[in-house]
Design a binder for this molecule. Structure first.
Ligand code: GDP
Length: 296
């Protein structure tokens, strides 16, 4: 049976540590287990390294508190450091700009981008009473455009009528104009996805961004992507200036390491979490819950 990190650390440290301060030897023994737990949770290697360095600094020399065991104390330090790095507070989508507020949705194909676009539109409509317009910019995949129209109908949100032959930038401009004329509060632009990060994809999204000046650029990323999450997040952020991340498929087996990896390399907040295929399956990001999940 899987033994949680908490138990492992207790076993190691309770035999090592005399009462007093945590020694470097104690902490290093504990960090070997922490490292293993993070890698099992699919945290990227470079992030594991910087994480364990921070924990070491925090833990070595810390006085052992009488009421808890050294193991419990290190678990608390590790947990607190995880929460710090995940972003201690939940962040929300920022609509604080002159309407229509643009939200650019970016991410790899299959990450859940289109579904997430509809989920967010539903949330903004139902909870915040905003009038939202959706537009698909995936000119190469008519099925993707159709999918957004179907989802829009399902959640009761308007989608921009499809006009054949227009480029992504032309559609995006048309969406902003339609929103202005139609009195919409928010325009969500669902960009095309590719299976891997490539130059054409980035160029097109960058052009759309330049033409529409969106207030949010949300990167949709699959929690199951594991070690790749870092490279994906870094590439999108460097080219497009991501303002927030939405992590999908947190209903699955993912331990959530991708959350820590992406947050650490981009410094951008995780704003929402996808927890299923249904249009309601979207939740706020709770750093402490994800920290527990990563620790196992
Ligand atoms: P896109 O290519 O990035 O636009 O991806 P889609 O939005 O078409 O989603 C791909 C598949 O993932 C669909 O079957 C979605 O229902 C599913 N999906 C999206 N988000 C989630 C999620 O949070 N959890 C689960 N289990 N499935 C999801």
């Amino acid at each position: 049976m899987f033994e949680g990190l908490s138990d492992k650390l207790s076993n190691i440290l309770n035999s090592l540590t005399r009462r007093g301060a945590l020694t470097e030897e104690d902490v290093n023994a504990a960090l070997r287990e922490v490292r293993r737990a993070l890698l099992e949770a699919d945290v990227a290697l470079e992030v594991v390294r910087s994480f364990t360095d921070k924990v070491r600094t925090r833990a070595v020399g810390a006085e052992v508190i009488k009421s808890v065991s050294p193991g419990q104390q290190v678990v608390k330090i590790v947990h607190d450091q995880l929460v710090d790095m995940l972003g201690a507070q939940a962040e929300v989508i920022d609509l604080n700009a002159a309407p229509p507020v643009g939200i650019l949705m970016v991410g790899l194909q299959g990450s859940g981008k289109t579904t997430t676009t509809a989920k967010i539109a539903k949330r903004l409509t139902d909870r915040e009473k905003r009038k939202v317009l959706l537009a698909s910019l995936d000119t190469r995949r008519p099925a993707a455009m159709e999918q957004l129209a179907v989802l829009g109908k399902q959640v009761g949100v308007d989608t921009l009528p499809i006009v054949a032959g227009q480029s992504a930038v032309q559609i995006a401009r048309r969406a902003m104009e339609a929103a202005r004329l139609g009195g919409y509060d928010v325009v969500m632009l669902d960009t095309a996805g590719r299976v891997t990060v490539d130059e054409g994809l980035m160029m097109e999204a960058a052009e759309v961004k330049a033409a529409t000046n969106p207030h949010e650029v949300l990167l949709v990323a699959d929690a199951l992507t594991g070690q790749d999450a870092v490279n994906t997040a870094r590439a999108f952020d460097q080219r497009l200036g991501v303002t927030g991340i939405v992590l999908t498929r947190m209903d699955g087996d993912a331990r959530g390491g991708a959350a820590l990896s992406m947050r650490a390399v981009t410094g951008k907040p995780i704003k929402l979490v996808g927890t299923g295929e249904k249009v309601d399956a979207l939740e706020e990001f709770h750093p402490s819950r994800v920290a527990n999940r990563i620790l196992g």
